[in-house]
Design a protein around this ligand. Structure first.
Ligand SMILES: C[S@@+](CC[C@H](N)C(=O)[O-])C[C@H]1O[C@@H](n2cnc3c(N)ncnc32)[C@H](O)[C@@H]1O
Length: 301
């Protein structure tokens, strides 16, 4: 069924809804990396989707022990072929501690600030910021709607969550947040990198901080050294075979496509120099989130 046929035969289109033809059209639409406004929808294979509240066994647990189902963990806490709950909690705690250390070094106090985790998944990091959530608002957004729905049912209150899309816009007013952080999200953003940075700047208050992590040349070296059989080494080699980039002066590249699978890599110095025109770089620290480099930026007053 072509789009033209849809226009010419609206009745036929109505009948087609729910058929394999329409499902295929929708799959093609969601995979269209040149379109904006995409998000990962809930599974509708049962003819729709249903949201449930917290199960009684979960409701009895303290916040710190309510854990998302493994498909929502994005491989965090995955070791030797299985998910380890304690490791999922520990990695989130470690990544927040590393961020706090950098913020403290910069003299920035998070208490009393409105906080946003951009690309929060099921709240692996945000769950360790309960004090900030109690003192003010703490939000998490992601384009993975199932992860956001789980977080809304299990971690809210005290946190707030919303599903957003791949379009570089978030539903918050100018200057709303004092701190925005994004662990391993810029690593998936690619072409929309600049537009997303400018959107973060819009919703930060003057003097607010943006903490994000990037993959750069150090990340590439570390992954190749520590995990030579890691699939991402193969993706870089493939792109190099097609372009010869590694023997040239590359400043950024992206392997594969779609928000989850694609991997954006930046050469650190030119990337920081470029964005320094829009925000003030305060700290740049390699290997602060696993193999990734942490960057702390301030919105100029
Ligand atoms: C590697 S995971 C990191 C999850 C989380 N930040 C953490 O540290 O646990 C990357 C996350 O970014 C989300 N993401 C990627 N592009 C996004 C975008 N444009 N807007 C919102 N979320 C995005 C993905 O859905 C995924 O949950």
């Amino acid at each position: 069924m072509s789009i033209d046929a849809t226009r010419a035969h609206p009745e036929r289109f109505r009948e087609a809804i729910g058929t394999e033809e329409v499902r295929q059209l929708e799959t093609r639409l969601m995979g269209a990396t040149n379109l904006a406004g995409l998000y990962y929808p809930e599974d509708r294979s049962a003819g729709g989707y249903v949201l449930y509240g917290m199960a009684p066994d979960q409701a009895a647990l303290p916040l710190a022990e309510r854990l998302p189902p493994t498909p929502l963990r994005h491989y965090y806490g995955f070791r030797d072929g299985r998910y380890v709950d304690a490791l999922y909690l520990q990695t989130g705690h470690n990544d927040v501690t590393a961020m706090r250390r950098i913020l403290t070094e910069d003299g920035f106090d998070t208490m009393g600030e409105r906080v946003l985790e951009f690309g929060c998944s099921a709240g692996r990091m945000l769950r360790h910021m309960e004090a900030e959530a109690q003192a003010n608002e703490a939000w998490g957004v992601d384009l993975h709607s199932a992860a956001i729905h789980w977080a809304q049912a299990h971690l809210s209150p005290p946190f707030h969550f919303a599903t957003t899309t791949s379009t570089p816009h978030l539903p918050f007013e100018d200057g709303y947040f004092g701190l925005i952080f994004a662990g391993s999200v810029w690593t998936h953003i690619g072409e929309l990198d600049d537009a997303w940075l400018l959107e973060m700047r819009r919703i930060l208050r003057p003097g607010g901080r943006l903490y994000l992590t990037i993959s750069d040349e150090t990340t590439l070296e570390e992954v190749a050294r520590v995990k030579p059989d890691h699939a991402s080494n193969g993706h870089v080699a493939e792109l190099d075979a097609a372009t010869g980039m590694l023997s040239r002066d590359w400043i950024a590249f992206v392997t594969r496509s779609t928000p989850w699978l694609q991997r954006a890599v930046y050469r650190r110095a030119p990337w920081v120099d470029r964005i320094a025109r829009w925000m003030e770089p305060k700290v740049v620290r390699p290997k602060s989130y696993g193999w990734q480099t942490a960057v702390l930026l301030e919105k100029r007053a």
